[in-house]
Design a protein around this ligand. Structure first.
Ligand code: AMP
Length: 281
């Protein structure tokens, strides 16, 4: 696996690729786990070469402590990427990605006013900025994103459409631990006790789906979700919404055949976990 830190190195690499080669791209913030590797494996199957980036993007963190404490495990990450046949690891410095302060802002309209966008001011502006920069540098034919960050997937779809990025997006289902916890780089910050509790989040999502499909009212399902998790003092539900998968706006009534997303963010101690479930009503 080649390791590049400079855009010029990527440029040179592209020059020697055969014209028919297709580039698969997996952007990440590192602290890699099986979820990330699933994206890389899929990229390997679908493209000639796979480029993975690791960049903890400061502009998408609204909480400086979260940025400072974000796990950084480059050594282990590059071994994992090597083991799944990743061709290039792009590892830029902050000053490379942001040589001057960015003055442009992105506005995703209604999509950024709900869920993560509502609770993390400026988050999707930062995501949109860095993903645009990375798309320009890596010039992928196919880019792979995880459904775990469902709203991010819709934001990127909108970005690709609105800014005419000539690439295909592939959205990959959420990889979970055997107990149901969605894999996440933040999981490694959970204490042992918190880690034991963490699968209750997925359990609460599954219960909510069952309740909705049994005809319970959206508001009741929302109350039950919060009441269930709040039986443990360590949990604090930030939001839990029943939404339409097309635009992630909340729905108060599900209709037969509608694709529904149950989307949530909770604090477990000081660690913020997000998860979602998508199903057809
Ligand atoms: P991150 O490093 O958290 O920015 O994630 C990089 C990419 O991996 C994003 O597209 C995520 O949605 C995706 N990803 C993270 N966790 C998972 C998971 N458990 N299953 C599938 N994809 C994931």
């Amino acid at each position: 696996m080649l390791l590049f830190t400079q855009p010029a190195e990527l440029k040179q690499y592209f020059r020697q690729l055969p014209p028919t080669a297709t580039i698969g791209f997996v952007p990440t913030m590192g602290a890699l786990h099986e979820g990330h590797l699933t994206l890389v494996r899929l990229a390997k199957q679908q493209c000639t070469v796979v480029i993975c980036s690791i960049f903890v993007n400061p502009t998408q963190f609204n909480n400086p402590e979260d940025l400072a404490k974000y796990p950084r495990t480059i050594e282990a990450d590059s071994q994992m990427l090597e083991s799944v046949g990743c061709d290039v690891l792009f590892l830029p410095e902050v000053t490379t990605m942001y040589p001057t302060p960015v003055r442009t802002t992105l506005d995703f309209g209604d999509l950024e006013k709900v869920l993560e966008g509502k609770f993390r001011a400026g988050h999707f502006n930062g995501v949109g900025l860095v993903v645009s920069k990375l798309f320009h540098l890596v010039k992928p034919d196919v880019a792979f994103f995880g459904q775990k960050d469902l709203q991010q997937c819709l934001i990127i779809k909108q970005l690709v459409r609105d800014y005419s990025f000539d690439l295909k997006l592939v959205i990959v289902p959420t990889m979970r631990e055997t107990d149901g916890l969605a894999m996440s780089s933040r999981n490694r910050r959970l204490t042992k006790a918190q880690r034991q509790l963490a699968p209750q989040l997925y359990k609460a999502l599954q219960t909510a789906q069952t309740e909705l499909q049994n005809g319970q009212a959206v508001q009741t399902v929302q109350e039950n979700f919060t009441t269930y998790l709040h039986q443990w003092a360590a949990f604090r539900v930030e939001y839990f919404e029943v939404a339409n998968t097309l635009d992630l706006q909340s729905v108060m009534h599900c209709t037969h055949g509608q694709e529904i997303a149950l989307v949530t963010a909770v604090f477990l101690g000081e660690i913020r976990l997000i998860d979602n479930l998508v199903f057809t009503f």
